[in-house]
Ligand binder design. Structure first.
Ligand code: SF4
Ligand code: SF4
Length: 390
């Protein structure tokens, strides 16, 4: 069943998992000390929060997303009828704000204490979409595989149990296939290069899940549940679902064919950047919802009596003026320079820096931009301008 590298073969067995048995899976994982995080309804949006049982999963909602607009509608009977939630898993691997260490003055000098709150907690990410799985892989590249390993990220990532749920519908902001991601993991062109889920689920018409193991660990949990193998009719339904979502996805940004790197290089001084800056508020929303963004800044908070200091790490954004501050001033002082930095990094220079794409096509930056700036349209406009089409 498994290949030499510990991964299941392409022909992984497929089982059926009813919603009742899903509760048993949750219990097995909790008994083994895992905390389960998954999609739940909060403030009229779907967010990833701790789930005490499958009863807390979102149920019977679809999402409608377009530039600058997010709307949930009560419809149907699916648990995973929506696409991507408002926030991403990044919040649980690299929190928006965390204390790194404290120093307290003591009679002998200073006591140093590293903050290890929540670092030992074993987590399950339940309901990871394929584009989000790729985003976690990209963050791994940055935090774990470069010259410097981030110990906080490493602790949270180590032992993480990943349960992917395939996408059976797409919304107008989804463009994962443009970025080389497939809505079904089993359809990835080069499986070896991607992070493996422990389990991969497909929801079948709101009735049950098809489930396949992606790792030995995942297979062991399925063995403990003693599930029945899926029948050929269910597999046929799954194939049809995957064809429908493929059809709905529009491949509307093709980086290689259109030589975006050359276009960006040649368009550095284009008047286009000033035009987009007229619309961009420099609010940083697009970077805060992005699952691949990773910039942070640190701050030392000293108590008024000067006896304690706390070092805080917080998310930062290339849209902030202070992000490019070098002695004496900011390198990117205009909104046009900051927008240019963001889009060229996401679509071009990230690849040179990390040898991965910087964008997974989840579309969150499009939905949550208050003025509806769409990364796909902007790249396409730059391309048209370069070609002299406008
Ligand atoms: S592109 Fe949109 S979300 Fe991003 S900084 Fe500009 S206005 Fe804000
Ligand atoms: S740049 Fe936009 S579409 Fe790409 S991964 Fe980030 S939020 Fe998603």
């Amino acid at each position: 069943m498994h290949t030499d590298d510990g991964q299941p073969s392409q022909a992984s067995p497929c089982y059926t998992l009813s919603f009742k048995r899903l509760g048993e899976l949750f219990l097995l994982l909790e008994d083994d000390g895992f905390q389960i995080i998954g999609p739940t309804l909060q403030d009229r949006a779907i967010r990833y929060e701790r789930l005490k049982s499958p009863d807390y999963l979102v149920h019977g909602y679809v999402d409608h997303q377009k530039a600058g607009c997010y709307h949930l509608e009560k419809q149907g009977d699916l648990y995973f009828g929506y696409t991507v939630p408002q926030d991403s898993w990044r919040r649980h691997l690299q929190p928006p704000k965390e204390t790194l260490w404290n120093v307290k003055r003591s009679p002998s000098g200073f006591d140093f204490e590293e903050n290890s709150d929540d670092l030992q907690t074993k987590r399950v990410f339940f309901g990871v979409r394929p584009c989000e799985l790729r985003a976690i892989e990209i963050q791994d590249q940055i935090f774990l595989k470069g010259n410097y390993v981030d110990p906080h990220y490493h602790h949270r990532r180590d032992g993480l149990f990943l349960v992917v749920v395939h996408c059976i519908r797409a919304t107008s902001t989804c463009f994962c296939t443009s970025m080389g991601v497939q809505p079904f993991c089993s359809n990835q062109e080069d499986q070896k290069s991607h992070a493996r889920p422990d389990l991969a689920l497909t929801e079948i018409e709101g009735q049950f899940f098809l489930v396949r193991p992606g790792t030995h660990r995942g297979a062991q949990y399925l063995n403990r549940l003693e599930l029945e193998e899926a029948n050929p009719e269910d597999l046929e339904i799954e194939t049809r679902l995957s064809q429908v979502v493929q059809r709905d996805l529009k491949r509307n940004l093709n980086l290689n064919q259109d030589h975006l790197k050359e276009i960006m290089d040649l368009q550095m001084e284009s008047p286009y950047w000033n035009e987009v800056a007229q619309r961009c508020l420099s609010c940083a929303n697009c970077t805060l919802v992005c699952p691949t963004c990773f910039c942070s800044t640190t701050e030392d908070l000293v108590s008024l009596d000067e006896n304690t200091t706390e070092r805080i790490r917080k998310w930062d954004s290339c849209f902030h003026l202070s992000h490019s501050y070098i002695h004496g001033g900011s390198v990117r002082s205009s909104v046009s320079a900051r927008y240019r930095q963001w889009i060229t990094h996401k679509l071009v220079t990230w690849k040179e820096q990390f040898n991965t794409e910087g964008c997974v096509g989840c579309g969150r930056c499009i939905t949550w931009c208050p003025v509806g700036i769409d990364i796909r349209s902007e790249a396409n406009r730059l391309r048209s301008q370069w070609r002299g089409e406008s």
